[in-house]
Ligand binder design. Structure first.
Ligand code: NDP
Length: 249
């Protein structure tokens, strides 16, 4: 479970633990991971908190090895770690572009490549990639984020096709704006750029959904846990949208 320290990732880690999984959680900030791990243990499951930057392949390989030693070979992988930033295309720096692709797309690739042989050996596995509605449609001022999430959905579909028939499914979840710190930062950015109040900025973000609200972490976590279940074995290579109905088909 990458990006398990807060927000959507923490909700998924706790949802998976509630469903009976032992969970290895990884991110860069140990304190947040430690809190997630304590909450998992309070649910009666085992947990391992491992500091790892998913954009660094060597760290990823070491992290997966540590999960295997502590909890057994991981047969469920949730690639949730991600970053977001906004800028006009013409203001998007090389650094912003490269960092977004490295964390949001390459990070998931490194984790997938490290874990897949274990799933193939076990003839069972579940991979869920936390994409975004930005994996399914273009929007202004987030070119690097959109490109990285389209890449993540492309990875999802390609790996799903490659391992179909081997007991493994690979899917993506594509939420609209979710009530997390990442969305707090998006609201703060609107305030900074436009001089609107925080309340107005939040209304703009809520307005992206026809339900007029932000999505919530339990909704995203429940879908992810379902995709990891046995009964979801027929769902493969999908990008499942959770946005209240803005994006259809
Ligand atoms: P948060 O910023 O609240 O949490 C992100 C998590 O990812 C943190 O635990 C963070 O920990 C971790 N992370 C970030 N960079 C790295 C890295 N290089 N290596 C390892 N871990 C990392 O974001 P959300 O919970 O909102 O988002 C989670 C995922 O959902 C992201 O992929 C995001 O793109 C996606 N998403 C979010 C939406 C939203 O509206 N919030 C909408 C659609 C998709 P640390 O900083 O300590 O490393």
């Amino acid at each position: 479970m990458t990006g398990g320290g807060r927000g959507i990732g923490r909700a998924i880690a706790l949802s998976l633990a509630s469903a009976g999984a032992d969970v290895g959680v990884t991110a860069r900030s140990f304190k947040e991971l430690d809190e997630t791990a304590a909450a998992i243990r309070a649910l009666g499951r085992r947990a391992e908190a491992i500091v790892c930057d998913v954009s660094e392949r060597i760290q990823v390989d070491a992290m997966i090895a540590r999960v295997s030693t502590a909890l057994g070979d991981p047969l469920i992988l949730v690639n949730n770690a991600g970053i977001a930033a906004s800028a006009k295309v013409t203001d998007t720096t090389d650094e912003m572009w490269d960092r977004m692709l490295r964390v949001n797309a390459s990070g998931a690739f490194y984790c997938t490549r490290a874990v897949l042989p274990l799933m193939l050996a076990a003839k069972w596995g579940r991979i869920v990639n936390m994409a975004s509605v930005a994996a399914r449609a273009g929007a202004p001022y987030i070119a690097a984020y959109t490109a990285s999430k389209h890449a993540l959905l492309g990875l999802t579909r390609a790996v799903a096709a490659e391992v179909a028939g081997r007991g493994i499914t690979v899917n993506a979840v594509c939420p609209g704006y979710v009530d997390t710190e990442m969305t707090d930062a998006s609201a703060a950015n609107i305030v900074k750029r436009t001089g609107r109040t925080d309340e107005d900025a939040r209304k703009i973000l809520e307005g992206f959904s026809p339900q007029g609200r932000l999505m919530t972490t339990p909704e995203v976590a429940a879908m992810t846990t379902y995709l990891c279940s046995e009964v979801a074995r027929g769902i493969n290579g999908q990008g499942i949208v959770i946005d209240g109905g803005a994006l259809q088909s």
